[in-house]
Ligand binder design. Structure first.
Ligand SMILES: C[S@@+](CC[C@H](N)C(=O)[O-])C[C@H]1O[C@@H](n2cnc3c(N)ncnc32)[C@H](O)[C@@H]1O
Length: 313
């Protein structure tokens, strides 16, 4: 990784807002479950008192290696763990931790992952059809593109990319691969370009690439799992922050927070409560928080971000 790559690894989003919503006890233990380039991790460890501790998790070993080195000044107070945040309980158990004060999930991919052609996430740079956040995983984008049938491909493009030309694109892919194995991102880009006529092809490419990435990394399943698990890992009064970058993620977080913040979830037609549902959280961000205009000017990639936070009762 050269010096330029280091500079652009990732620009963290809404750092001030995350600190305000996450760190309520500066001597506590916090988890950054999506370390990436360590921007949020650094901000958190900087404001913690000497007893405060940070656990940094990522699926991507390159990110952990880079951030481990970058934050070496705090090495006595930060523990890095390679793994999938959806197994949070098991990951924390490895270091004898049961519950923490706060957890941050800055979802999706880092700029480094997108901008490194060999990782295969980008539709504007040629690279292998890979897209794995965790290189130890066997399942790659190449498998999806070369082995899924037309219906399965169309479903991925439509459900994870909300792409209206999903079926046409899937049909063209299946046709092309009768004679060739599809191996590179540019090959896929050219097939997509040949399958439809639209004014803004880049928007279609962005949606299709996003959908493949979500499928390869089981991003929505991981999010659903952690939403179910996160409260079991927080102390009472503990706080959690989620930063989402598209509506598929944000809708899940919002819906889950709403459900967990209600005392009764019976249909309004029932005369009395029969569900015995108990409120477990207090929502700290009723409408979600967006980056300021100033932040978007400085970091246009932050424009789609939405931050939601909650406190365990
Ligand atoms: C948006 S970046 C985080 C950037 C980070 N906040 C920073 O300041 O640099 C998302 C990171 O989360 C990681 N990631 C995504 N899903 C994950 C999962 N299920 N478990 C662990 N890490 C995950 C990705 O590998 C990526 O490095």
């Amino acid at each position: 990784m050269d010096q330029t790559t280091k500079k652009i690894f990732h620009q963290p989003v809404m750092v001030k807002e995350v600190l305000e919503l996450l760190v309520y006890d500066k001597a506590g233990t916090y988890v950054d479950a999506t370390v990436g380039g360590g921007g949020h991790s650094e901000a958190i460890i900087r404001i913690l008192e000497p007893e405060g501790r940070l656990i940094g998790i990522d699926k991507d070993e390159e990110a952990l290696k880079y951030t481990n080195e970058r934050l070496r000044n705090w090495k006595d107070r930060i523990t890095f763990i390679h793994g999938n945040f959806s197994s949070i309980k098991a990951l924390l158990k490895r270091i004898d931790i049961d519950k923490v004060n706060g957890m941050l999930f800055d979802l999706g991919v880092s700029s480094y992952q997108i901008e490194t052609p060999e990782r295969g996430f980008s539709f504007s740079k040629d690279g292998p059809l890979d897209m794995r956040m965790d290189k130890n995983q066997a399942f790659e984008a190449k498998t999806v593109i070369n082995e899924y049938n037309q219906k399965q491909l169309a479903r991925i493009f439509y459900t994870y990319g909300e792409e209206r030309f999903a079926n046409k694109i899937a049909k063209e892919i299946v046709e092309y691969r009768k004679t060739h194995l599809i191996e590179s991102t540019m090959e896929l880009v050219n097939i997509i370009k040949g399958s439809i006529k639209v004014v803004n092809i880049n928007k279609v490419l962005a949606r299709v690439f996003q959908s493949i990435r979500i499928a390869v990394n089981s991003e929505l399943e991981n999010l659903d799992n952690i939403l179910d698990e996160v409260l079991n890992t927080l102390v009472p009064g503990g706080q959690v922050c989620f930063i989402s970058y598209h509506s598929l993620e944000d809708r899940r977080v919002k819906r889950h927070f709403k459900l967990k913040s209600q005392n009764c979830i019976c249909p309004p037609s029932l005369p009395e409560c029969r569900c015995n549902h108990k409120k477990e959280i207090e929502i700290l961000t009723p409408r979600g928080i967006r980056p300021s205009k100033h932040e978007i000017e400085l970091n246009p990639k932050s424009r789609s971000a939405i931050l939601r936070a909650a406190k365990k009762i």
